[in-house]
Ligand binder design. Sequence first.
Ligand SMILES: Cc1cc2nc3c(=O)[nH]c(=O)nc-3n(C[C@H](O)[C@H](O)[C@H](O)COP(=O)(O)O)c2cc1C
Ligand SMILES: C=C(O[C@@H]1CC(C(=O)O)=C[C@@H](OP(=O)(O)O)[C@H]1O)C(=O)O
Length: 389
Amino acid sequence: MSLRYLTAGETHGPQLTAIIEGLPSNLKLDFEALNFQLLRRQKGYGRGRRMQIEKDTAKIAGGVRHGYTTGAPVALIVENNDWKHWQNIMNIEPIEGTDEEKRRVHRPRPGHADLNGGLKYDLKDLRNVLERSSARETAIRVACGAVARQLLEHFGIKVAGQVIRIGEIEAPPNNLPLDELARLTEESSVRVVDKETEAKMEAYIDQIKQEGDSIGGVVECIIEGAPVGLGSHVQYDRKLDGRIAQAVMSINAFKGVEIGIGFEAGQLRGSQVHDEILYSEEKGYHRASNRLGGFEGGMTNGMPIVVRGVMKPIPTLYKPLQSVDIDTKEPFTAQVERSDACAVPAASVVLESVVAWEVAKAFLEKFGGDSLGEIERNYEAYKQQLERY
Ligand SMILES: Cc1cc2nc3c(=O)[nH]c(=O)nc-3n(C[C@H](O)[C@H](O)[C@H](O)COP(=O)(O)O)c2cc1C
Ligand SMILES: C=C(O[C@@H]1CC(C(=O)O)=C[C@@H](OP(=O)(O)O)[C@H]1O)C(=O)O
């Protein structure tokens, strides 16, 4: 059984829930590390008031005993503190005398799921769309990703990330060791290494916010230590770069994905793009460069996996755009809901989480076993095969 998960829950409902299936038994879960990932996602300059209300922590409600997975499905819960302010509006059973009508959404926001979801599901209260399409759901995805990260870490595979761009401000490139990159970006309000860039980005976000507007950006995830041969060239849906691209595009507001140099490859020559193959006793086969971001033929090549995603600006604007009221069909400005002005730093944590998940899934497909020990044996045998090659 391959690794999979499903999520449920609304942004102002009682909780978000996920069930993960396909984890091996005997994996020790570090609860503090899991909650640290949730905390990371909550932080970041430019977020709205909601993040002050929430203090995301994951509860485990199945599949774990005394800190270790049992091989059974793992159930995860992240509660919404904001639920207490929304109980009447979000009540699951009908109740008398609520102010539900007051919070009905009928002027769809351009760029959000409101209108498409209303038309498709025949819902006249667009709140029924908004509640589930909200990026609040990324909290539980990060919790799932945090479990995946722990599995990867057990096998020496590390994950980090950074913000590359917010609007017109770009961070200078760096080539830091992954641990150093993780440490430095952790200290930054916008997840960049360079302090001058951080200050510029903060000021820029302030200005955008003041103007009632929003801004997006570009984020990057790097995974080191993955062995050669995750994913496969033999079938379209086994190509790991393709699966990563799907996962990245599934993040709310993401409009593009690149592996390695990505779109830049379209303007360079072959001799400037492909990573030359080297061999040494110590390193085995390796590459002189990593422009292809760790992938050839839908398989990892042993070099770091480098994935970038672009996030569009947040759709909800305090100075709203033109829309149409679905009750009257008259032109109107879009509804204003409490909102972030910029969620790019938070989105960089979501990116790390979904990429880690896909890599962990491919890792288990290749070395899968029912217990951690079985996977360790399979992985060890494969490493010996690589050494003999
Ligand atoms: C971490 C994060 C926070 C977000 N916060 C908001 C927000 O406060 N307001 C908003 O309108 N959209 C926000 N979005 C974006 C919307 O959720 C997203 O645009 C919407 O679901 C429509 O989906 P699409 O943009 O992928 O087409 C956020 C996205 C992310 C990743
Ligand atoms: C709740 C989160 O982000 C939310 C994502 C979001 C949207 O439309 O996507 C809209 C806002 O919701 P609210 O109106 O409740 O403040 C964000 O705060 C979160 O990231 O945990």
